[in-house]
Design a protein around this ligand. Sequence first.
Ligand code: FCB
Length: 473
Amino acid sequence: MSNPASPPAVDVLDERPGLTFPPGFLWGAATAAYQIEGAAAVDGRAPSIWDTFSHTEGRVVAGHTGDVACDHYHRLGDDVALMAELGLKSYRFSVSWSRVQPGGTGAANPAGLDFYRRLVDELLANGIEPWLTLYHWDLPQPLEDAGGWPARDTAARFADYTTLMADALGDRVRYWTTLNEPWCSAFLGYGSGVHAPGRTNGADAVRAGHHLMLGHGLAVQALRAARPAAEVGVTVNLYPVDPASDTPADSDAARRIDGLANRFFLDPLLRGSYPEDLVADLSTVTDFDHVRDGDLATISTPLDLVGVNYYSRHVVAAPVEGVEADPAPSCWPGSEDVRFVTRGVPVTDMGWEIDAPGLTETLRRVNGYTDLPLYVTENGSAFVDSLVDGEVDDVDRLAYFDAHLRAAHQAIDAGVPLRGYFAWSLMDNFEWAWGYTKRFGMIHVDYDSQVRTPKSSAKWYASVIRRNGLAAQ
Ligand code: FCB
C-alpha cells in the first residue's frame, strides 16, 4: 500500500487490487557513465573509445557527444536526491574506466575514484543500494589503440582495473556487474561498427566477444579474491528469436540469430562451452583459434546472480534466394543474409516492437540455464515526450513499464527467482549513436538548462515501489 501521509502525485493504481512482488524486491533505475556524467576532460579523465567515436564526424546523430551529457558529474547530490524522492531501493550506475585509470593500465586517478566514492556514500546515506557496473562500453582509448577487445591482453587489463575498483569501493558496494551487454560491445563495436570503436570485421567481433567474456571471468576471480562478500554477476541483453513462419528455412534462420544474440554468451558464461551449431555457423568467419585451453573454465567461473536486459523480440526469416545480403557491415557475422521481419505491432521511438510476453519468456529461459537469482538490470522505452506546463505525461512509457512488470511478475509466478528490476533509465541521456534524440528517462532532462523534471512514469514508478507491486488489470 502507498503511504497515506504522502500520496503519489499520479496514482493510476487507485482502488484496484494489487499484484505484489516478493518481499525485499529490489526496485531500481539504471544509467551508464558516458551517457550521463559529462565532465569528459575534468579531474584527470582521459578519452575512451566513445569520446573518440562521438567526436568523429558522421558517427553520432547530429554530432552529439557525451562531453556534457546530463552533467551528472557536477550534479551528483541533486540527482541522488531525486532518486530518494522516487523511493529507489537501488541505483545501477557504471564506472568510467577512463576516469579512474585514464591510461587503461597503471596508476589510478584519485580524483576519479573520489567521484565514485562520493556517489556511493551519497546513495548509502539515502538508503539506496549502489549497484556498480564495471564496463558499460567505454574502453580507455589507449587500450583500443593497443588492439581493443579483439586483443587478448585487454581481458587482463580489465581484471587489473577490477581489482583497483574492488580495493577502492568494495568496502561499501555489495552488488557488482562485470560487463553490460557484451553482445553490443562485440558485435556493434567491431562487427557493424555502429558503436565505438566503429570497426567492421566479423572475426574481430567474435574475438572481442570471447575476450570480453574472458575479462569477465578474470574480473569475477579478482573480485572474489579482493572482496569475498561481494555479490557478483554479469548483464546480458537477450531477445527471444522467433521464425517468421514454420518453414524449416525460417526456423534455421531463427536458430542462427539466436546463436549469435543469446547462446554466444549464455552457453560459455553459464555452461562453459560454445554451442556447436554456432561454431559451425561461424566457420566461414573464424576458426576460433583465439580460444585457449582453460578459457571456458575461466569464463564460467561461478556467479552469484545474472542480470538480464530486455527490450524487444527478434522475428527473422530465411534469406530470399537470388537476393544479395545488404553489403553494409553486419552485426550478424556469417548470417548477414538473414532477414529481420516486422510484425506491425506497436513500436517505440527506437522502432523496437513492444513485446512484454518476451520478458517472461526470456527470464524463464535463463532460469533453464541456472538456478541463480536473476535481476532485470534494464528495461524501458524511448518515446517522443513533450514538456507542457512543467509536466511530461509519458503515458506510453508508463504503459510499457506496467506491461513489462506484469510480465516479470508472471515469471515469478512460474518459479523464476527474479529478485529485482531496474528501469532504463533514471533520466534522459546520451543514447549512443542516436545522441540526445531518443529519450528513455523517467526524468526529463532539458539539455540547455540541465533542469530535471520527473515525468508521469517516474511518479507512477514511485507508487509502484511504495506498494511493492502493481494493480491487476
Ligand atoms: C541498452 C544499453 C543502454 C541503453 C539502452 C536503451 O542496450 O545498455 O545503455 O542505451 O539500451
